[in-house]
Design a protein around this ligand. Structure first.
Ligand code: C2E
Ligand code: MG
Ligand code: MG
Ligand code: MG
Length: 280
């Protein structure tokens, strides 16, 4: 509730102060310092195999351990980072931490793939390709254990450039997931051109899968993903009935509070008895 109220306040101020508000500028200055200070932390949320319920991969989700305001969700600062060059610094931090942690899990005997979210401005720069390549080389993490998640809007701003960039990332052996699928405007023509491995159906459809329209959409997307050779993922699975319905529809992977909320690495490791201490 606190976070929601905060966001509402920023929205109220925005029209009064213009686009680069005093509120945003203050936050951006703080965020820049916070990144250098190590105040960004990653939580990891499991994606489970729909049939076996075993953990198939993890999604890294950033939080800001703010010294005064507590643990802030990405919605409270990622949009502000995206509207400035801070997003590049933030993403490098997130990528480095996620790759380091994944490599640690691998060495500890748990070869779990980890996904990182890339925003549109990050995908717009060629630098991201060498950054990922260097991180993989330094950490020794197998490239196939890294997944990058991009949204439809990130691709749609410059489809040709994005497609080239994604091809270059995929050529490293990294996997690509289309996030929040169904909320943007990707044409089916573009979808078939994009170098993708996973299609993550947005929570908005998943939560209403018991209604006739959404059921038809989810079913069609799961079938299409299968026929395109893509892994289908349902985000936002909050109960067993939804999970069952999605299994029947042939969705491959499930993600949501029903299985686990995003957790810090050490708490996640505690789930895997053989890995006690592997996060160190
Ligand atoms: P996303 O990539 O679609 O991530 C999934 C979001 O859904 C996460 O919110 C997760 O906590 C939430 N979620 C998962 N399961 C459930 C569920 O069962 N019910 C509900 N109601 N929600 C669920 P979170 O962590 O607040 O992240 C929000 C968004 O912030 C992410 O959406 C992503 O777009 C962005 N984000 C997070 N970390 C990063 C990052 O490192 N870089 C960038 N560029 N964006 C990030
Ligand atoms: Mg994501
Ligand atoms: Mg998502
Ligand atoms: Mg989503």
């Amino acid at each position: 509730y606190a976070a929601k109220q905060d966001r509402t306040q920023v929205e109220v101020w925005t029209p009064v102060l213009g686009s680069a508000t005093a509120v945003d500028l203050g936050l951006q200055t703080q965020l820049r310092a916070a990144i250098g200070d190590g105040q960004l932390v990653l939580h990891y949320q499991p994606l489970v195999d729909a049939r076996t319920r075993r953990v198939a991969s993890l999604e890294a989700l950033v939080r800001w351990a703010h010294p005064q305001r507590g643990l802030l969700p990405p919605g409270a600062f990622v949009p502000q980072a995206e509207s400035s060059d801070i997003i590049h610094q933030l993403t490098e931090r997130v990528l480095a931490d996620a790759v380091t942690q994944a490599a640690r899990w691998h060495r500890g005997g748990w070869p779990v793939p980890v996904a990182v979210n890339l925003a549109a401005p990050v995908l717009a720069r060629d630098h991201i390709v060498t950054a990922i390549r260097d991180l993989l080389a330094e950490s020794g993490l197998p490239p196939s254990a890294l997944i990058v998640e991009i949204t439809e809007s990130a691709v749609m701003t410059r489809p040709e450039q994005s497609t080239d960039r994604l091809r270059a990332i995929r050529a490293l052996g990294v996997r690509i997931a289309m996030d929040d699928f169904g909320t943007g405007y990707t044409s089916l023509a573009l979808l078939s051109q994009l170098p993708l491995d996973e299609l993550k159906l947005d929570r908005a459809f998943v939560m209403r899968v018991h209604q006739r329209q959404e059921r038809a959409i989810v079913e069609a997307v799961a079938r299409m993903a299968g026929q395109l050779g893509l892994t289908s993922v349902a985000e936002g699975v909050e109960d067993e009935q939804t999970a069952q319905t999605l299994v029947e529809m042939g969705v491959d992977l499930l993600q949501g509070y029903h299985f686990s909320k995003p957790l810090p690495a050490d708490r996640l490791t505690a789930f895997i008895p053989a890995l006690a201490g592997a996060h160190r």
